[in-house]
Design a binder for this molecule. Sequence first.
Ligand code: 5GP
Length: 189
Amino acid sequence: MKLLEEKIKTDGIALNEHILKVDSFINHQIDPLLMQEMANELAGHFKDKGVTKVATIESSGIAPALLTSLALRVPLLILKKQPSKILNQDLYQTVVTSFTKETNYELTLSKKFINETDHVLIVDDFLANGEAATAAIRLIRMSHATIAGLGILIEKSFQPGRQKLEAQGIEVYALARIGNMAENFITFI
Ligand code: 5GP
C-alpha cells in the first residue's frame, strides 16, 4: 500500500536493523484517516472469505482490527494479555514470547465469545517473528474455530514470521513489507 509506505518513509523511525518506531501514526498517536484506509484495504482483501469475527492482541492491534471488523460488519475479539498463570476453566489460555519486551506472557480468550462455527481473521500492527500470530492462532483453534487469514499493517520480511505462518497454511496479507532496515534507512519489497 503506497500510502503506508510513504508514511513509513516520512514518519517511521528505524531505530536499528530490527525495530521500527511508528508511534507518531500507528501505536501511540494514531492517524485515524490512514488507519481507516488501511483497515478498508484489509477488509477488502478478506471480504469474500466468510469471516465471522476479527481477532487481535491487545493493545496496538486494536485500532486496525476494530476498523477492519467495522468494515466487515463482524464483531472484534480482543485476545487479552494476562500477567498471571492462574488456570481458569472459562478461558482458553496460551503463552507468547514477546518480541519487543523479550518476556513471556499469557494470552487469553473467553470461551463465551468463540466456537467451532467461527472463521476468524487475525489483524495486528506488525509481523516480525510470528510469535504473537502463532499464539493467537493456537488460542483460537482451541475452540475448533478456523482461521481466515492474517492481516498485517507492517511486515518485516527479513524476519521469519511470514514463512512460519505460511508453513502452517495461513494466508498472510501485509500492507507494507520491509525488505531491509538500518538506522534511518528502509527499503520495501
Ligand atoms: P512477532 O510475534 O511477530 O515477533 O511480533 C509481533 C508483535 O511485536 C507486534 O504485535 C508488535 O506489537 C511487536 N513488534 C514487532 N516488531 C516491531 C517493531 O519493529 N516495531 C514495533 N513498534 N513493534 C514491533
